[in-house]
Structure formats: structure tokens, C-alpha cells
Design a protein around this ligand. Structure first.
Ligand code: SF4
Length: 704
């Protein structure tokens, strides 16, 4: 084991906080403050502080597992496990064709792994059926950003710009719980005289920090944004010069907004007209302002339009592509951003290229050394892929994801997974999904391997290997290398992350997410580099792109022009529509889902950490005292929440911090309290994002 301090980054959320790792003589690893990384300046949340516990956890997988004839998972050699996977995937491909083999990735995979997984699916398996759980995270914001700006990058500016802005509207984000170190940017905003407006159906810890908190009915953010734009127009606050010079499509968007009278919007959202007017005043009066969205407005069956409406508000008021102003998405997963830039999304190739673009296919095919015509076309989105398991898709290779807990309509998805002919899972622990597999491969964790991630600012970062992995464990890159060879592709799947990154640079060159000017050495020296970062013209003769004239990276996007063909941002005309499943007599209450500070996503890792479990031991149903009284439920009583898709039971947590027509459940747990048993997989027509944030339920009292 190495004994030096290794500066690296947290394995969990998209903030990618900097941390130092120091191996101790007893085999444990100490996580300590790293103050030189500007995103968190040493601060870590409980998840980051305890992240090393999973490295030494006694529930960690240390040997491949295969299912024996009696149906039990038993330890096996690597050779046997890899042979079984190659045979399982190969048999399906031979009998049913390449698209009968699916691949499902994760937003936690490094750029190198995401890139290699996408290449493996298309080159080795020849399947179009690949997507990843990042589709559930921010794809609506990505789709809206591409429509409006011609480019999707979570934040178009560094987090350090936030405190200098005049006003920030935070829509559907509880970052005090999801990424606590980021809260200081908003505290500093207020200290500097700026205003924080939080929009959330719950009075969250984040909302408590706000100067103004609006609590709309879940699923009505689209109407809310349209009502604000209506008032901007009616009060003469449109920045006509900016709209004329830097945008297109204003008239249609204007007409759509004018149909959303404040009183009409008040009836839809529950937000009063005076609150709407106050929001417009606070947003429009300062010289600069921002809108930041997160999963609240995005995880809806109209998420793309909802984000589009918030972008329209920014464009009409001249708050995009200007200093300290703009629209941004607070990406959630550790590498959700990089994961979709480099090819594990159903419709994308590396460099954020489109799979249906002939020029993009030709460029990437050349880097991969294959015929462009051999590359499959776009495949199904994440939920649609999972829904097709056991029918069109007979075998699945799954990495770094736990859809049995995290997918919407989870009981149905669990049933689909159980109906597969063959399932192989790579993970660090026996997650709920891994426990259903025919073969499970134990893989390295973040501190045991080197790789890059791209945080929510579009800052590409180097995570360094700090310790040697336990014996018997291999990296995902080694797994893909071995499987490719067993499936007949001997070359093109290196196991060295830097070698993969060098190929990724070439594959991304000239694409929207151009990494060609980024090297491991630069990442180590510069504390991260913002994409796009093309290899500079002056450095063209230098394969490492490291001459003094190398491109500096792009911390701030759109200041001169947007990434559209004519450089103008596009207004998108959108109108309010209801959520896919409105409450009715049978299911009269709205359910919304989300996160708690001590758990991460499906909890596969954080539920294995004693300190985090002590802080957040299980699910709960948050409900208003009036709803609790109607149900006859006291604090801690078990409450059943029933939707058209199933039933979940969890203790009541009674609070005035939630609307009386809404209940909230966190989604980190499996079993009886699994919130995603209830959620609605209704998809956004553009982003294919499921509607996690709002569905109709009824509550039932349960005997203790
Ligand atoms: Fe890790 Fe996110 Fe917590 Fe930072 S905020 S320590 S990146 S989980």
C-alpha cells in the first residue's frame, strides 16, 4: 500500500468535492480536508467524509459469483465468470441478434469507463441497446439546453460566479441535503446583497435559507415560469435590445406566455399573484441574475418544456450569455455530465456527437478502426430499455447501477430483470440488482483506480488511485478488455485509463464536448479543465497538446455567441399542461420523491456505512398535520402509500413543511418502503425522462 497523501475527489455527487486520501498502517484510509479545490475548499458532507468506509467494508465483493444449478450465487474464478458472461451474451446475440443484448451503465462511471462501455456495446456486441441511469438524472435539462443554446453543459459558468450575481432562482433543488458544501455559494450571495429565491413544494433546509420561498403544487413549475414571463412582459421588463441581438423565436414564446395570466397561474400552482410579482421584481431589478434547476422541474413528463420555460425567462430578461447571469442545471450524479458526453447514452457518440449524424459516425468509426456502417443506430432510452428486458432484450450487462431500487415502477422493472435469459452485473457490493444476476463481478472503487470525471460545472477532473485494490478485484476496464477478447475483439480495449483517455481525446476532437486539449498532466497541474478545450492550433504538432499556447479551457460559455448555427439562442414556445397522472377520487394525494443528506441514490454504497445509516436508517412518509389527522396517523405510525403501480409502507413524519395536498418519500431504500414502487414511468417526449416527481396516490393507515 502506498503511504503518501493523494489529492483526489469524492466518489458520489456531481460537486466532485476535492479530498485527500491517506492510507493508514492498519489498512484503512483516512479522508481529510483538501483546501486547494475551489468547489468545496475543504468542506465535505457526511457521505464524502465516510466514503472510505466502503473500501474496507466487510460486505464488499471480493470474488466473482456465479449462479449454481441450485440457483445460489457461489464464488467462482475470474476465468469461469468471464467465460459465462461471454457465453451468455454471445448466445443471445447468435440466437436473437445483437439488439437482443442490452447494456446499462451508470452516472458514476468515469469518463474512461463510460467511453469504453459505449464502444464495447457498439463495436463488440454490435447492439444499439445501451443507455444509463443518468437518463433519470438531468436529461430534460440537457434536451432543453440543446434546443435553446445548441449545447448542454450543466452550468455554463463556475460555481464561484454565484455569489457575485444579483439574484438566483433555485428551482426544485434541495442542495442543502444533496450537496451541502455548495450552500456556501448561496450564503455568500446573500452576504453580498444578492437575493435567493427557492421554488419547492416543501420547505426544505434549502428553502429555509431563501429570501423568498414559493411552494407550488408538484408538477406545475412550467405554469409558474410562464406566469413569471407573462408579468415580465406586462410590466415592460423585457430586454428588447438583447432579445433582438442575441435570440430568435421571441414572438411565438411571447404569445404563449401571454396566455398564462397571473390569476390563472395562481389557480394552477397555488402561488399567489403578489408572490409572482415579487419574484419578478427581485429577478429583474439587479444587473445580473441566474436560474438554476435540478430534479424538481426536470423529472417530469414535460421536463424539457418546463426547463425551456425557465430558459425563456432568462432570455427575455437578457440573463443568459452575460457575466454573472445565465441558466444552469445542477447535475446530480458524480459523472452524470461526462457519462452522457462520451457515448453510454442511447443516441450519442463520444464528444457529444449524435449517433444519427453521418459525419459524427465517420469520425468516431475512424478512431475506432471500424466501418461507419457497422455502428448501430440510436437505441432505447433507459426506462424503455429496462421495460423491454425479457421480451426484445434477452440478456443484459449492467455496470454501476441498481435499477431495482432507482427505476420508476420498480416492482415491474424487478420482474422484467428476473425474466431475462442472462444478467451480468459489475459492482462493489451485492446490490439488490446484483443479487438477481447470473454472474456478478467485483470491481475496483474510486480510490483504487485512476480516471477522470466531469463535474456539474463542466470541469474535467482527475481522480487518482490512492491505494491498491484488494486481491481478487479487477477494474471495469479490465473486465471490458477480457470480455472483448472472449467475444473476438482482441484490440482496442486498453486497461490503462490514461491510454483510454488519449483515445477519448481524439474521438471527442471537433465535437461539442471537445476534450482534445486536455491531458492527465494538465488535469493534475491545473485542478481541472473546463470543456470545450480543443487542442490549440499552435499545439497541433504536439501530440500531448501541452505547449504554452494550449487552449485554456472554457469556464464561461456563450459570452460572445450561443452554440447554434447563427450564434443566437432560441426561444421555445411552450404552454402549461398537466402531469401525466392527476389526483382523483381514488388517488387524491400527490406523491413527490427525493433525497436525504446521509444517503446517495439507490443507497448501494451509503447504506453500507454505519454512520450514514445511523443518521438515515430508513424510508419515511413526510406529510402535513392535516393529512395525518384525516388518516388518524401519529408521528412514526406506519403509513401505506398506494399508487396504480403498487404499495409502499413507511413511518409517518409529520411536518408543516410540506403542502397539505402532497406527501414526500425519499427513494434510497429497497423493500417495503421502496418509493419507486409507486412512481410513474410516464416519459417526457423529448428527453425520455420519467416523471419521478409527481404521481397520484392514496394513503392508508396500517396497524402497528
Ligand atoms: Fe461528495 Fe457530493 Fe458530499 Fe461533496 S457534496 S462530499 S461530492 S457527496
Amino acid at each position: 500500500m502506498q503511504s503518501t497523501v493523494t489529492p483526489t475527489h469524492c466518489p458520489y455527487c456531481a460537486l466532485q468535492c476535492g479530498m485527500n486520501l491517506t492510507p493508514a498502517p492498519d489498512g484503512t484510509v483516512e479522508v481529510s480536508e483538501r483546501t486547494d479545490f475551489p468547489v468545496n475548499r475543504g468542506a465535505l458532507c457526511g457521505k464524502g467524509r465516510t466514503s472510505a468506509a466502503v473500501l474496507a467494508s466487510n460486505v464488499r465483493l471480493t470474488s466473482p459469483l456465479v449462479r449454481d444449478e441450485g440457483g445460489t450465487l457461489v464464488p467462482a474464478s475470474w476465468d469461469e465468470a468471464l467465460e459465462r458472461i461471454a457465453a451468455g451474451l454471445g448466445r443471445t446475440r447468435a440466437e436473437h441478434g445483437p439488439d437482443a443484448v442490452g447494456v446499462f451503465g451508470g452516472g458514476g462511471l468515469t469518463n474512461e469507463k463510460a467511453y469504453t462501455l459505449g464502444k464495447f456495446a457498439r463495436v463488440v456486441l454490435g447492439t444499439s441497446q445501451i443507455d444509463y441511469n443518468g437518463r433519470f438524472c438531468m436529461s430534460s435539462a440537457a434536451a432543453a439546453g440543446i434546443k435553446a443554446f445548441g449545447l448542454d453543459r450543466g452550468l455554463p459558468f463556475p460555481l464561484e460566479d454565484i455569489p457575485k450575481s444579483g439574484c438566483v432562482i433555485l428551482v426544485g433543488s434541495n442542495l442543502a441535503e444533496t450537496m451541502p458544501p455548495s450552500l456556501r455559494f448561496f450564503t455568500e450571495l446573500k452576504e453580498n446583497g444578492g437575493t435567493l429565491i427557492v421554488i419547492d413544494p416543501r420547505r426544505t433546509k434549502t428553502a429555509e435559507q431563501a429570501d423568498l420561498h414559493l411552494a407550488p403544487r408538484p408538477g406545475t413549475d412550467l405554469a409558474l415560469a410562464l406566469g413569471l414571463l407573462h408579468l415580465v412582459i406586462a410590466e415592460g421588463r423585457v430586454d428588447e435590445g438583447y432579445v433582438g441581438e442575441r435570440t430568435a423565436g421571441w414572438e411565438d414564446a411571447r404569445a404563449a406566455a401571454m396566455a398564462h395570466w397571473p390569476e390563472y397561474v395562481e389557480r394552477i400552482t397555488g402561488v399567489s399573484v403578489p408572490q409572482l410579482r415579487e419574484t419578478v421584481r427581485l429577478f429583474c431589478e439587479p444587473e445580473s441574475a441566474m436560474v438554476l434547476t435540478a430534479r424538481g422541474p426536470e423529472q417530469q413528463s414535460k421536463g424539457t418544456d418546463t426547463v425551456g420555460a425557465w430558459i425563456n425567462l432568462c432570455l427575455a430578461t437578457g440573463r443568459a450569455g452575460r457575466p454573472l447571469s445565465g441558466y444552469g442545471c445542477l447535475t446530480g450524479q458524480g459523472n452524470g455530465q461526462g457519462g452522457r458526453e462520451h457515448g453510454q447514452k442511447a443516441d450519442q457518440l463520444p464528444g457529444y456527437r449524435k449517433l444519427d449524424d453521418p459525419a459524427a459516425r465517420a469520425h468516431v468509426a475512424e478512431v475506432w478502426g471500424v466501418d461507419p456502417d457497422s455502428l448501430p443506430g440510436p437505441g432505447r432510452s433507459a426506462y424503455e430499455l429496462l421495460d423491454a428486458l425479457g421480451t426484445d432484450i434477452r440478456s443484459l450487462l449492467l455496470m454501476a447501477s441498481n435499477p431495482v431500487v432507482s427505476a420508476p415502477r420498480a416492482a415491474h422493472i424487478e420482474e422484467r430483470i428476473r425474466s431475462l435469459d442472462f444478467l451480468a452485473v459489475c459492482d462493489v457490493v451485492l446490490s439488490e440488482t446484483a443479487s438477481l444476476a447470473d454472474v456478478v463481478l467485483p470491481v475496483t472503487q474510486w480510490a483504487e483506480e485512476t480516471g477522470t470525471t466531469t463535474n456539474l460545472e463542466g470541469r474535467v477532473l482527475l481522480r487518482r488511485r490512492a491505494i491498491t485494490p484488494p486481491e481478487g478485484i479487477r477494474s471495469d476496464l479490465e473486465v471490458l478488455h477480457e470480455l472483448a477478447a472472449r467475444l473476438g475483439v482482441e484490440k482496442g480495449f486498453p486497461t490503462d485509463p490514461e491510454e483510454v483517455f488519449e483515445e477519448l481525446r481524439r474521438a471527442s476532437a471537433g465535437g461539442a464536448a471537445d476534450y482534445s486539449g486536455i491531458t492527465y498532466r494538465r488535469l493534475a497541474e491545473e485542478n481541472g479543465v473546463f470543456w470545450p478545450c480543443p487542442a490549440a492550433v499552435e499545439a497541433a504538432g504536439d501530440p500531448a497538446g501541452e505547449t504554452p499556447a494550449a487552449h485554456p479551457g472554457t469556464p464561461r460559455l456563450f459570452l460572445d455567441r450561443f452554440a447554434t448555427p447563427d450564434g443566437r439562442a432560441r426561444f421555445v414556445p411552450v404552454s402549461h399542461r398537466a402531469i401525466a397522472e392527476e389526483p382523483d377520487d381514488e388517488y387524491p394525494v400527490l406523491l413527490t420523491t427525493g433525497r436525504v443528506v446521509a444517503q446517495y441514490q439507490s443507497g448501494a454504497q451509503t447504506r453500507r456505512v454505519a454512520e450514514l445509516n445511523a443518521a438515515a436508517p430508513g424510508p419515511f412518509v413526510e406529510l402535513h398535520p392535516r393529512l395525518a389527522a384525516r388518516l388518524g396517523a401519529a408521528e412514526g405510525d406506519p403509513v401505506a402509500v398506494v399508487s396504480r403501480r403498487g404499495r409502499a409502507v413507511a413511518p409517518a413524519r409529520i411536518t408543516n413543511a410540506i403542502r397539505p395536498d402532497t406527501v414526500f418519500m425519499p427513494f434510497h431504500w429497497p423493500g417495503e418502503g421502496r418509493a419507486n414502487t409507486l412512481t410513474n414511468p410516464a416519459l417526457d417526449p423529448t428527453s425520455r425522462m420519467p416523471e419521478f416527481k409527481a404521481c397520484a396516490v392514496r394513503l392508508e393507515a396500517v396497524e402497528r
